[in-house]
Write a protein that binds this ligand. Structure first.
Ligand code: PLP
Length: 405
């Protein structure tokens, strides 16, 4: 019998949003057991609604967004993104340097496909947003993970980055603010990364999708703004800040020294044309969405849901013996450390599976973010406060007696 296997291009790709823990949760739900889900960074199911103005704008534009747009996107959308890039001090960005995408996700795959030859290396953070690593592998490249150091607020370890550069390294991915740690990198750290990129002529890939979800009045600095002499690609989108992950709207902006990357840009234009264009009704809302981009959403201010839920989850986790967590500055994730010696943990995925089976709470193990040690897990603190409290009570009870066998 002829069977069909996945392409060998996928052999090195490790990316599955399912896996044994999520599969088990699905099985439990099918058999009628309710699950507390603290695993997905998707605001809408947790009562976060899109701003009305966005929905109205999309509805108004449905009739004139029926056709394909320019492959990079509607000029009106790219003009609004260009103005946003100016606000963030991205150097040398015009409308032709901006590409809209069906979410940042599509663009992550595109930029890796367009750049990497077999064996080319690309520096990625560990922990990472795992699509970056998977996209580099799919493109035939070799992701090389640099350490983000929990002891230094999860900032990238510059010495480690330097150690991992070879003559095949083409670029470095910087996710700031970070998923899964919630860290926001200060100017000094970004300047050090730029310096390394400058010395080794690396492309900087900046994933800044959480830049409008920074708390405590802190400032987000776009790394590309510090690197006018380098070639940078900065990614951003509306999934998180505007709570419209389902509308699929992201963008990327090429900045700095584009002469260095003429051939690469030609490849990006080919790939952009191959997908014709991104979802056009979603492009129609960009102008409206970015109009108030300087104003923080009330959800991240004191009294707002994300802010208050962060305060709670940070305290609640640190109150559990054997768990410690750094306070996140941004986004809606926290990445606690678990004392593996105390609980006999050797396998973090097994820990999440055991917790799910015992207490019906779904978390993601640290290994899912390409962390080498089995001592972390990620909590998405988007669910309502009541759900978070129930989940934290269950975690405390569970760990009171847990020993991994
Ligand atoms: N980049 C990071 C760091 C993310 O956390 C996510 C989604 O969780 C994405 C990109 C993908 O976002 P999009 O909905 O724009 O595809």
């Amino acid at each position: 019998m002829r069977t069909f296997e996945k392409s060998s291009k996928l052999d090195n790709v490790c990316y599955d949003v399912r896996g044994p823990v999520v599969d088990e949760a699905a099985r439990m739900e099918e058999s009628g057991i309710p699950i507390l889900k603290l695993n997905i960074g998707n605001p809408a199911p947790f009562g976060f609604r899109a701003p009305e103005s966005i929905i109205e704008t999309m509805a108004e534009n449905l009739k004139n967004t029926e056709g394909y747009s320019d492959s990079k996107g509607l000029l009106s959308a790219r003009r609004a993104i260009e103005a946003y890039c100016r606000k963030k001090n991205l150097p040398n960005v015009g409308v032709n340097d901006i590409y809209t995408g069906n979410g940042v996700s599509e663009l992550i795959v595109m930029v890796m496909q367009g750049l990497l030859n077999n064996g080319d290396e690309i520096l990625m953070p560990s922990p990472d947003y795992p699509l970056w690593t998977a996209a580099a592998n799919l493109a035939g490249g070799k992701p090389v993970h640099y350490v983000c150091d929990e002891a230094s607020n999860w900032y990238p370890d510059i010495q480690d980055i330097r150690k991992k550069i070879t003559d095949r390294t083409k670029g470095i991915v910087v996710i700031n603010p970070n998923n899964p740690t919630g860290a926001l990198y200060p100017r000094e750290v970004l300047e050090e990364i730029v310096e390394v990129a400058r010395e080794h002529e690396l492309i900087i890939f900046a994933d800044e999708i959480y830049d409008r979800l920074v708390m405590d009045g802190k400032e987000h600095i776009s790394i590309a703004s510090l690197a006018p002499d380098l070639f940078c690609i900065t990614m951003n989108g509306l999934s998180k800040s505007h709570k419209i992950a389902g509308y699929r709207l992201g963008w990327m902006a090429l900045s700095g020294n584009k002469d260095k990357a003429r051939g690469y840009i030609e490849g990006l234009n080919m790939l952009s044309s191959m997908r014709l264009c991104s979802n056009v009704p979603a492009q129609a809302i960009v102008e409206t969405a970015l109009r108030d981009a300087g104003q923080p959403d009330e959800m991240i201010l004191p009294g707002g849901r994300i802010y208050e839920q962060r305060e709670y989850i940070y305290r609640a986790l640190n109150d559990i013996p054997g768990i410690t967590a750094k306070k996140p500055d941004a986004a809606f994730y926290i990445f606690p450390k678990i004392d593996t010696a105390r609980f006999g943990i050797r396998d973090d995925e097994q820990f999440c599976l055991d917790f799910l089976k015992a207490k019906q709470v779904l978390l993601v193990h640290g290994g899912g973010f390409n962390l080498a040690t089995p001592d972390h897990f990620r909590v998405v603190y988007l669910p309502e406060m009541g759900v978070l409290k129930e989940a934290m009570d269950k975690l405390a009870q569970f760990l009171d007696t847990y020993r991994q066998s």
